[in-house]
Design a protein around this ligand. Structure first.
Ligand code: CO
Ligand code: CO
Length: 320
């Protein structure tokens, strides 16, 4: 097999090596570019809502790096022959609404004919080179905060199976379409040691990336972790996406769970999220204030979910 040797230079501040949320390239001493791209197949049937979710998800990696998104380009794979022009316009309109909410301009894009619909945006953002939030760097005694409820992957599986109520679909759609913009603005006012957003690898998977190779342990207080009630019910019925099982197989060697730990809760902790919340470490003395500010801004699921301990081992301990 050919060795992968990607080009780089001295201005690359965050590159491909650290599995971070986005790349960062230094332009000058006070400006760096954040660049990211993401796209996926529909998670809900309504094209306008899907457009909103796809763009909220793509923008999230810029917020997770501590940056402000500035420009975006559409990436579309679309079955024009079978779907026609209408849903495409709806989807792009949903995306445009989210870009406008994020004060991000659309500069262009590219579309191809595709048997299966796919949509997302590439995003360029700005950040001060000294204000970059990386996914690694948690400090001992930090509090861990999560800003959105878990369980969207499980609920999306139920939606695909035609089992979710209109109410549940509306609730989960609103959650996935919510930008991480306000949360990102709030945490900029504090000393944040590390930050990422919870997406395809689930809470445990992204937490594992934050601590892998750092000798850092995390204690999660399971009863404090926000999740969708419907997700629990669907997971108890066995509606768990394949990705959750893959995430578990990949990371369970880093996890210590108490005897008889609820397997349904376990599935939720590994559930791949679409457009999930920010997950970050902050000083203990700031945690309460940060969560209060998040709640005041309507980010009602935000919660302190655990603490960081310097154990010398990369270990996620579940308590509860
Ligand atoms: Co990310
Ligand atoms: Co991504």
């Amino acid at each position: 097999m050919r060795e992968l040797d990607f080009p780089t230079d001295e201005n690359v501040l965050v590159g491909t090596a650290t599995a971070d949320d986005a790349g960062v390239y230094k332009i000058s001493d006070d400006l760096a570019l954040i660049q990211t791209v993401d796209f996926f197949t529909p998670v809900v049937d309504d094209p306008y809502t899907f457009g909103q979710i796809a763009v909220a998800n793509s923008l999230s990696d810029v917020y997770a790096m501590g940056g402000v998104p500035k420009t975006a380009m559409n990436i579309v794979g679309y079955p024009m022959a079978t779907m026609g022009r209408g849903p495409l316009r709806e989807m792009l309109a949903g995306g445009a609404a989210k870009l406008r909410e994020a004060s991000t301009v659309l500069l262009g894009g590219h579309s191809v004919e595709d048997a299966e619909l796919k949509y997302g945006v590439s995003v360029t953002g700005f950040v001060h080179p000294e204000r970059i939030l990386c996914n690694q760097g948690l400090h001992g005694d930090d509090c861990l905060v999560l800003t959105k409820a878990l369980g969207t992957g499980i609920v999306n599986t139920a939606i695909k199976g035609g089992l979710a109520s209109a109410e549940t679909i509306a609730e989960v759609s609103e959650l996935m379409a919510a930008l991480n913009r306000i949360a990102a603005q709030i945490i900029q006012q504090y000393e944040i040691s590390a930050c990422t957003d919870v997406t395809g690898f689930g809470l445990i998977g992204h937490l594992a990336e934050m601590i892998a190779g750092t000798g850092t342990g995390v204690k999660l207080v399971v009863e404090d972790i926000p999740f969708l009630r419907e997700a629990y019910d669907f997971a108890a019925m066995g509606l768990v996406p394949v990705g959750a099982h893959n995430n578990r197989r990949f990371r369970e060697n880093m996890v210590l769970a108490p005897q008889g730990f609820d397997p349904v809760l376990r599935d939720i902790l590994y559930d791949p999220q679409t457009s999930g919340g920010l997950l970050f470490g902050c000083r203990q003395e700031d945690a309460e204030q940060i969560v209060m500010q998040l709640h005041n801004e309507g980010i009602s699921h935000a919660a302190v979910i655990g603490t960081v301990v310097k154990t010398g081992k990369d270990e996620i301990q579940l308590i509860g």
